[in-house]
Design a protein around this ligand. Structure first.
Ligand SMILES: O=C1N[C@]2(CO1)C[C@H](C(=O)N1CCC(COc3ccc(F)cc3Cl)CC1)C2
Length: 310
């Protein structure tokens, strides 16, 4: 049993780990003591990534990845932002990538938000006084929205790349939603089907990269996980009318994984004075890994939006 103080940072705090902690390994078999990581309040080890600028950072940006993927997929975007003298950080959510936890299983969606706030608090201690921005993609967009909602005055802006705000009508008819909730009581681990890689991007290369990435989870979305997502969508619907922080919404017009109507709905419903919605004609879900022209425009949009609000 590896005993550590609650919410303690591993690998970054400098304390000597106890014997058991010293041998804690990632799902891929690497030693956590040799990797940047945090230990969440359930004692789970979460793999972290940091993109530290060469010059004194003038802001912080946290990137929140989506379901079944991991933080390493944001390297290009993070480096672009880091080159603006901004410190970018991320971690692999519980049950994802190089972090602990059964693959794409979560006891309660709030765990994702709690872990992000723990990481944010650590970074605020290390870099006090800096503006903090959030970037979230897909399910990570839902995490970003709910994280910002917990601390409405703490974030200088929230950038959402094809966020999960509302359900695709075909995947969530009232009957299907009812059946998923019923099934969750008897067979929570039954699979509902996996994410179709062809819906990820129009770029064949990016679809191949997604399929061949060993840190991605390609298994079926379990009923229990789907119900957490359904509950999250319901929570977001409730809070949209209370959102006042600055946000940038980016969505592909042909997104088949997260309904663009969710972004339209957020833009129309949230009372934020500083709000932008950009729609990318014919683009699919993962805008930061779409056809080169789209991804280039998305990167420039994010870079300009942050710099303007530093
Ligand atoms: O680069 C990337 N992007 C990724 C993968 O790799 C896409 C993925 C991501 O987060 N989502 C796409 C799938 C969607 C499924 O949603 C549901 C499924 C069943 C259900 F009953 C209710 C819901 Cl809401 C959740 C959000 C992250």
């Amino acid at each position: 049993m590896c005993v550590r103080k609650e919410g303690q940072l591993g690998g970054l705090g400098g304390e000597m780990p106890s014997e058991e902690c010293a041998d804690r390994v990632t799902p891929q078999g690497s030693l956590y003591r040799e990797l940047p990581h945090i230990i969440n309040t359930d004692g789970q080890y979460l793999f972290c990534r940091y993109w530290s600028p060469k010059t004194k950072p003038r802001a912080l940006v946290m990137i929140m990845h989506g379901a079944g993927e991991h933080s390493g997929r944001y390297n290009e975007l993070a480096e672009l932002i880091m080159n603006e003298s901004i410190f970018v950080f991320a971690h692999d959510h519980v049950g994802h990538g190089q972090s602990e936890g059964n693959r794409m299983v979560i006891s309660n969606f709030q765990v994702y938000i709690r872990d992000c706030l723990q990481h944010i608090d650590h970074m605020k201690e290390k870099y006090p006084g800096l503006n903090i921005f959030l970037i979230g993609h897909s399910m990570g967009g839902a995490i970003a929205i709910l994280t910002a909602n917990e601390r409405p005055n703490d974030f200088a802006g929230v950038m959402l790349i094809a966020p999960l705000i509302t359900l695709q009508p075909e995947t969530s008819t009232p009957t299907k939603v009812f059946l998923a909730r019923l099934l969750n009581y008897v067979l929570p681990n039954i699979g509902l089907g996996s994410i179709d890689p062809n819906f990820i991007s129009r770029s064949e290369e990016e679809v191949k990269n997604y399929i061949n990435d060993p840190l991605n989870y390609h298994g079926s979305v379990k009923v229990s996980f789907a119900v957490q997502l359904l509950n999250t969508v319901a929570r977001i619907e409730e809070i949209l009318p209370k959102i006042t922080w600055p946000f940038l919404l980016l969505h592909g017009e042909a997104d088949k994984l997260c309904d663009i109507n969710g972004s339209y709905h957020m833009y129309d419903t949230a009372p934020s004075k500083d709000r932008t919605l950009k729609v990318y004609t014919s683009a699919y879900h993962v805008l930061h890994k779409e056809l080169p022209q789209v991804t280039s425009e998305v990167f420039t949009e994010i870079q300009k939006w942050i710099v303007k609000r530093l």
